[in-house]
Design a protein around this ligand. Structure first.
Ligand SMILES: [Cu+2]
Length: 404
């Protein structure tokens, strides 16, 4: 028996979406379920839907590497592969993460390279990808000057793998040390995260955060998408990060004193995948007729109203669980939220996907080439459409940033 009975309007909408080529959902318990194939651990190997079974599209994270880990199987030689582990062998997918401080070009102006903290020299850290039913494990090396931990967010890990300093992990990983967390089997497919759970106002907001996607091994053609993009929302305070000071660095009369820059109201550098729109290196090219998936993870401490121009956004999953598909134009994504939206690429051009808080769209007081928005933005470019002006992806239309 299904745990959720869709009301008639939702059933009708699901039928319309499937007919229109939009996906219904990934995960379990979706309306129109074709029935999951369950592993012995209760993990669905397939996403729900209808039609023939196909391989899921591998998600991409623009500007950020993907990490399929290392497959360690016994008996047999170790494998390193982006394919699912064989189901008839005992395998663990091991992810090696190193936390450290490094410079990353997160914006074109008013600053470019800033000292951030991240995993494997990237913030957000590499997008970890595993498959339904697989056993996973994190090995964390601390190259920071302070203790740290890593927390798998939403994955049904055992308490000893939860990585909360001083609570589930009484002794955090010390500088220079490596810690192997217990392995476990995530409880479901979907979009999740991993992040530091030590001194969060400093470590998370400096960038110790990343996405973790658990893919089904196969999915019905009705939920299949052509393109699948992970987008992690972050905000940085370059004054704090550049001076080497923590974002929250002192207590004043018992109140946490977070140095918000005057006039901006919050952290001034709003980014997607660790880069402002103009510093992202270029648009994301899509093709007319594609069904495009965007997985949004809000790793900042502000909400963001994510809006796509020119298309309907169909919300298909929230926080790792399928939801009845809903057509919207804007998603209010709270801190720690994961929203998955799909859209049908049926309107050629150059379309901006952005947070609708004007200070986040425009990177606080900064605007780009001819006033273009340069903050928490990405541009979808249809192949064959007029190119996005190259000046957008520069320092305010200049080929290089002027010397200070
Ligand atoms: Cu925002």
């Amino acid at each position: 028996m299904q745990w959720w009975s869709p009301p008639l309007p939702v059933v009708l909408m699901a039928v319309v979406l499937v007919a229109a080529g939009c996906s219904s959902s990934a995960g379990t318990g979706a309306p129109g379920s074709g029935g999951d194939v369950q592993s012995t651990t209760g993990v669905a190997y397939e996403s729900t839907g209808t039609g023939p079974m196909v391989k899921p599209t591998i998600p991409q994270t623009p500007s950020v590497p993907s990490d399929f880990g290392q497959l360690q199987c016994s008996p047999g030689a170790p494998l390193k592969t982006a394919d699912p582990a064989p189901t008839k062998r005992s395998c663990t997918r091991v992810f090696h993460l190193t936390a450290s401080a490094f410079e990353q070009k997160i914006a074109n102006f008013p600053v470019q390279d800033v000292m951030v903290w991240g995993y494997n020299n990237s913030t957000p850290g590499p997008t970890l990808i595993s498959y339904a039913g697989e056993r996973v494990q994190i090995v964390l090396t601390d190259n920071l000057p302070v203790p740290t931990t890593v927390h798998p967010h939403g994955l049904h890990q055992p308490n000893t793998a939860d990585g909360v300093a001083g609570i589930s992990q009484p002794d955090p990983v010390m500088p220079g040390q490596t810690h192997t967390y217990p392995s476990f089997v995530p409880g479901h497919t979907g979009t999740f995260a991993y992040h530091s759970h030590t001194d969060g106002p400093v470590q998370e907001l400096r960038g110790l955060d990343g996405a973790w996607i658990v893919l089904p091994r196969a999915e019905h053609s009705s939920v299949h998408v052509n393109d699948d993009y992970m987008m992690t929302l972050q905000q940085f305070n370059p004054e704090a990060v550049m001076s080497g000071m923590p974002v929250a660095n002192k207590l004043v009369n018992g109140t946490l004193d977070v140095p918000f820059p005057g006039g901006t109201g919050d952290f001034p550098l709003s980014t997607v995948n660790g880069r402002t729109g103009d510093a992202s290196g270029g648009p994301i090219t899509i093709h007319k007729g594609d069904v495009v998936r965007i997985r949004i993870y809000n790793a900042s401490q502000n909400s963001h109203s994510m809006h796509l121009h020119g298309h309907d956004e169909v919300l298909v999953a929230k926080n790792g669980h399928a939801v009845p598909p809903v057509r919207e134009t804007t998603q209010d994504v709270a801190p720690g939220d994961f929203f998955t939206i799909d859209f049908k690429a049926d309107n050629p051009g150059n379309w901006i996907f952005h947070c609708h808080f004007p200070h986040h769209t425009a990177n606080a007081k900064e605007s780009g080439y001819n006033g273009a928005p340069v903050g928490m933005t990405r541009i979808f470019h249809y192949a064959g459409s007029a190119p996005v002006p190259v000046q957008y992806f520069t320092y305010q239309g200049q080929s290089s940033m002027p010397a200070p």
